[in-house]
Design a protein around this ligand. Sequence first.
Ligand SMILES: [Zn+2]
Ligand SMILES: [Zn+2]
Length: 50
Amino acid sequence: MKTCSSCGRQVKEYTEFMCPSCEKGAIVRCKTCRETSNPYRCAKCGFSGP
Ligand SMILES: [Zn+2]
Ligand SMILES: [Zn+2]
């Protein structure tokens, strides 16, 4: 289980990728947020994007 960077929920189905801005923060995005294009926010640099 991981915490989704968009909705903050504990999620089982997710994709994880590095922040496109700082490339240090891991972004976790659940299936729902991916489908609805919810914005995420990087915990390291504060970058937010779709
Ligand atoms: Zn989510
Ligand atoms: Zn970042």
